[in-house]
Design a protein around this ligand. Structure first.
Ligand SMILES: Cc1cc2nc3c(=O)[nH]c(=O)nc-3n(C[C@H](O)[C@H](O)[C@H](O)COP(=O)(O)O)c2cc1C
Length: 135
């Protein structure tokens, strides 16, 4: 299973409706390509995991990278092993704006860090798991 995780920063504020539309398109496209994953949003920061067949994940990620609604993309993980973390979600979504604790701070720290590439795959999947359990 091929997996990419990245961080990015929204260039424009997203309204609830715009986010809904983004997710609707993402879920439709991802289902067609059997890509699954999770999108976490905190303020202007996005943290996304995309997983599936390598060719399909890369095809979708290429589109995402060109999207001018976000920039400063930091690729955290690219790996081709293991099983899906989110087999049931064509694109799960967590808005963690309401969280103001250690866990959401971690995401901000990642974004502000120049050392993001030093985090291990385990660190990052741990973070995802924490967020998934929060809701
Ligand atoms: C943070 C972020 C995450 C996105 N995630 C996905 C995604 O998982 N799948 C997807 O198809 N598009 C995603 N998009 C939207 C793509 O950038 C692009 O607008 C969309 O794939 C175009 O779809 P279309 O070719 O069907 O018009 C995302 C955009 C942003 C800003």
């Amino acid at each position: 299973m091929y997996r990419i995780m990245y961080l990015s920063t929204a260039t424009v504020p997203f309204s609830d409706n715009e986010l809904e539309e983004l997710l609707e398109i993402a879920r439709k496209n991802n289902s067609e390509k059997e890509v699954t994953g999770l999108l976490i949003i905190k303020g202007r920061t996005f943290l996304q995991c995309l997983e599936g067949e390598k060719e399909n994940v890369l095809e979708i990620f290429e589109k995402i990278k060109k999207d001018e609604r976000h920039d400063s993309i930091i690729e955290l993980i690219e790996e081709d092993e293991g099983t899906r973390y989110f087999p049931d979600w064509s694109m799960g979504y967590k808005n963690i704006n309401h969280l103001d604790d250690v866990k959401s701070q971690k995401l901000t720290d990642y974004t502000n860090s120049n050392n993001a590439h030093k985090f291990s795959s385990d660190d990052i999947s741990e973070i995802f798991k924490e967020f998934v359990e929060i809701s």
